[in-house]
Design a protein around this ligand. Structure first.
Ligand SMILES: [Zn+2]
Ligand SMILES: [Zn+2]
Length: 454
């Protein structure tokens, strides 16, 4: 087997791994780099222009894993696209939204490369997309080739709806790719189910490799602290803003709020969400019975009074006593969360609560770093802000802790591990820790564009 890292960056970047096994070729994920604009954020597809890719398998529908799918299909036009059944419900919505965002950025930031693909292109390609049940073993090699086709199967990864680790097997060789994985239960999604898997080669995500979990930390305690903070804000008639990603975080936060309202821990009141958040919430409700789910009985739209906040209402909406669970998580310019933060940050009474990662150079990252009462540069359109509002960060991550990742690798006990999807320090910590635990293990940190014989 030969594996090539097509991520253009040495960081989390854009996931894309080319896997060659016994004359067959597959691409695992086709992402875009969230912090890089234009073509720079694309995986290095042209480097493997000669590859005859027969299948593209998607681990889940976040942009860093599927955002360049139409571009990948231009390079590899014979490939079909395989994913889990829930991801099949989601993927086209994510890609169409990407086109809208890129079109807006073309105007606002003068990025001439954008959009990298069009709505029409997505519609024309969609017949190639196929959804599979978890655990189903699917041959993916072209029929004309000699010998048995390699197979793949998807395994519940507990990260967002539809997320999967992907196992690729061919003759005596097998590879397992974790995608983004969560080894603890969230409110709606149960933890990953990778039990009983075997693989010679493991591609392991390392997002939280440089995050140490504090002694005594539990997600339940953290969720309670989060809900207490929301209640305290609403009790003093503050505006409460929770900036979130539309897919995954939005539904997990809504699930926490819905259950707290049912218990009587939060008073019932409308929750404002974004348009895209509403789309994915509907999909969560729709497929909750068909995918692993801890609360199949909880229908978010029935349980909550959800109101979609329209852009035109943004400047008129009453902030006092209102609860906003709004995109985007990084508070990128011109998003609803960005515009609300501009109004809320200078006012002492209001609260902003972060529940996930925000890159330091994004508006959300800068706001998180700003001390109370200190002026800071928020963004080009938002200008200087002084934060007077309350601000909290909660660790409600949908990624596995680093110790859980190491424990999983030790249980799987592969011959070779490739470390990816993390910052260099995160991968280094993982490599060091794994070397101590599994002295015979071969470990690679493939550089951008590097191919490794495994
Ligand atoms: Zn993800
Ligand atoms: Zn990711």
């Amino acid at each position: 087997m030969r594996v090539t890292n097509l991520n253009p960056a040495d960081t989390i970047g854009a996931s894309a791994w080319l896997v060659e096994t016994g004359g067959h070729t597959m691409l695992l994920d086709a992402g875009t780099h969230p912090g890089t604009e234009g073509r720079e954020g694309l995986p290095s597809y042209s480097q493997v222009a000669d590859a005859d890719v027969e299948a593209i398998a998607l681990s889940h529908c976040h942009h860093d894993h599927c955002g360049s799918l139409p571009v990948a299909l231009r390079h590899f036009p014979r490939a079909r696209v395989l994913m889990t059944e829930p991801s099949h419900f989601i993927v086209e919505r994510v890609l169409h939204n990407s086109v809208n965002v890129m079109k807006r950025q073309r105007v606002e930031k003068d990025i001439r490369d954008y959009p990298l693909y069009s709505h029409e292109e997505i519609d024309e390609l969609s017949y190639l997309f196929q959804g599979f049940k978890y655990g189903h073993v699917e041959p993916w090699g072209a029929f004309a080739r000699e010998g048995e086709s390699p197979t793949l199967s998807f395994h519940h990864a507990g990260h967002v709806l539809g997320s999967a680790g992907i196992r690729v097997a061919h003759e005596k060789e097998s590879l397992f790719y974790t995608g983004d994985v969560c080894f603890h239960d969230q409110t709606l999604l149960p933890k990953a189910d990778f039990d009983g898997l075997k693989a010679d080669v493991l591609i392991l995500e390392t997002t939280r490799g440089n995050t140490e979990t504090p002694e005594g930390f539990t997600r339940d305690k953290e969720a309670k602290r989060f809900l207490d903070a929301i209640r305290a804000g609403l009790d003093r008639n503050a505006g409460v803003l929770v900036p979130v990603f539309a897919l995954g975080r939005t539904q997990e936060v809504l699930g926490m709020i819905a259950l707290a309202m049912q218990r009587g821990d939060l008073r019932k009141q409308p929750v404002y969400i974004g348009g895209l958040g509403r789309v994915f919430t509907e999909i969560y409700d729709l497929v909750s019975g068909r995918a692993p789910n801890r609360r199949p009985d909880l229908n978010l739209r029935d349980a909550l009074d959800l109101r979609v906040l329209e852009r035109k209402e943004l400047n008129k909406i009453k902030l006092d006593g209102s609860l906003f669970v709004i995109t985007a998580g990084m508070m990128s310019e011109h998003t609803l969360a960005h515009e609300l933060a501009v109004r809320m940050a200078p006012v002492e009474r209001h609260s902003i609560h972060f529940v996930g990662y925000a890159a330091p150079d994004t508006p959300a990252g800068k706001l998180r770093a700003a001390a109370r009462g200190e002026a800071f540069h928020f963004s080009e359109s938002g200008g200087e802000l002084t934060r007077h509002c309350e601000m909290n960060c909660f660790d409600l991550s949908a990624h596995a802790d680093r110790d859980e990742l190491v424990d999983f690798a030790v249980r799987l006990n592969p011959r070779t591990i490739l470390l990816g999807h993390g910052e260099p320090e995160a991968r280094d910590w993982m490599e060091q820790t794994l070397r101590d635990r599994l002295p015979k293990l071969i470990i690679h940190q493939p550089a951008p564009g590097e191919a490794v014989e495994v």
